[in-house]
Design a protein around this ligand. Structure first.
Ligand SMILES: *Cc1c(COP(=O)(O)O)cnc(C)c1O
Length: 390
């Protein structure tokens, strides 16, 4: 994985041990859930590292140390949601600043940039971030942030982190990468020159669809301090039980991701050969336009894929309603497989013509491939396809 030197521990080992030592007092192996708001001081201001749990909590600290290590950073900050993390990056900017972001970023990212931050005079230009000339053209003297997501949702476009960080830095702007789909096991944006990595811990890092959380990871102590100021000032911090759940999740991230990737690759190949399927979007397929870049930038291709069912909006709705192994639901990254129809759900607000032009056709179906047996997934999709044809 990330380290070839025998002196450096491998990702799988660090996933379990980084940031976590047995409790020196009791020997307890697992980080305790420090359900606690305030901390005894020996004299005014003379504390043992913790004063108040919004500012810092030992369970959260262990998770932050773990995530910093896995993302090849020096510092991490955790939040009560991925959006809380994204908001904190935007707190670094001032009125009159300009942001360049991908035109297919996560819906919540688009919403906060337009419906929340425009009222504070922060303007965003949304561009196709696979088109580097378009990104360069969008840059202005007041551009302070380039926001990148890769792979993107739901068409799994892959963006070149090194190239986009380069464009940002030529303009003295920060480059932030939302690494939620890939996870640090498959891709570490800081190693490619990004300044900030954002994670929705709700997805693969938590991994069990049982908590909401977010994180920002950097490799720069000054930038971390600025983020820490806003983390504490705004207060969207996670409780210790949520931090514990994610810490429990990251221990098995490598084994879960290996199975997610293996199942997704098998399913993608099966769908690509299927007569009821027009097209499959998975960066691991040679037919994917960004396959070569994905091979260079990622260690494997992840558990997310989309495909175009050869049918109407209604027929595709029948497919997603009739599956049983795949649960019809938004979100992703848990051990269980999920299915959704962007045209009728996550992207329904976009006018049809615009939506279809962007590749979000009526028959498009997105799946978060879980870690159940892949043969059960195939059988489940097949019976749902058959039901849609009746
Ligand atoms: C889910 C998600 C978010 C937002 O995270 P929450 O934990 O839901 O607030 C941000 N980016 C991506 C890519 C996501 O999938």
């Amino acid at each position: 994985m990330s380290d070839d030197e025998s002196t450096d521990r491998r990702f799988e080992t660090r996933a379990i041990h980084a940031g976590q030592e047995p409790d020196p007092e009791t020997g307890a192996l697992m980080t305790p859930i420090h359900a606690n708001s305030t901390y005894e001081q020996d004299g005014p201001g003379d504390h043992r590292g913790y004063e108040y749990s919004r500012t810092g909590n030992p369970t959260r600290s262990d998770l932050e140390a773990n995530l910093a290590d896995l993302e090849s950073g020096s510092h991490a900050r955790c939040f009560s949601s991925g959006m809380g993390a994204i908001n904190t990056v935007l707190n670094l900017l001032s009125a009159g600043d300009h942001v360049v972001a991908g035109d297919d970023v996560y819906g919540g990212t688009h919403r906060i940039l337009t419906q929340v931050y425009e009222q504070y005079d922060l303007e965003t230009t949304f561009v196709d971030t696979t088109d580097h000339d378009a990104v360069r053209d969008a840059m202005r003297p007041n551009t302070e942030l380039v926001w990148v997501e890769t792979p993107t949702n739901p068409l799994m476009n892959v963006n070149d982190i090194g190239a986009l960080a380069g464009i940002a830095h030529e303009n003295d702007a920060l480059c932030a990468v939302d690494n939620t789909f890939a996870t640090p096991y498959l891709q570490r944006p800081l190693e490619h020159g990004a300044d900030v990595v954002c994670q929705s811990l709700t997805k693969y890092l938590g991994g069990h669809s049982d908590t909401i959380g977010g994180a920002l990871i950097v490799d720069d102590a000054d930038l971390d301090e600025r983020l820490g100021f806003y983390q504490n000032s705004v207060g969207a911090t996670p409780g210790p039980f949520d931090a514990f759940l994610v810490l429990r999740g990251t221990k098995t991230l490598p084994v879960r991701m290996d199975r997610h990737c293996e199942n997704a690759a098998t399913l993608a190949e099966w769908l690509e050969r299927h007569e009821d399927v027009e097209r499959v979007y998975y960066p691991g397929l040679e037919s994917h336009p960004d396959h070569e870049l994905a091979t260079e930038q990622m260690d494997d291709f992840g558990g997310m894929l989309s495909f175009e069912f050869d049918g109407t909006l209604e027929e595709a709705s029948t497919v997603v309603s009739e599956t049983d192994v795949f649960t019809l639901a938004e979100s992703l990254g848990g051990v269980e497989s999920l299915i959704e129809q962007p045209a009728a759900m996550t992207h329904a607000a976009i006018p049809r013509e615009e939506r279809v032009a962007a590749g979000l056709t009526d028959g498009l179906i997105r799946v978060s491939v879980g870690i159940e047996h892949v043969d059960d997934m195939k059988a489940d999709l097949q019976q749902a396809f058959d039901a849609a044809r009746e």
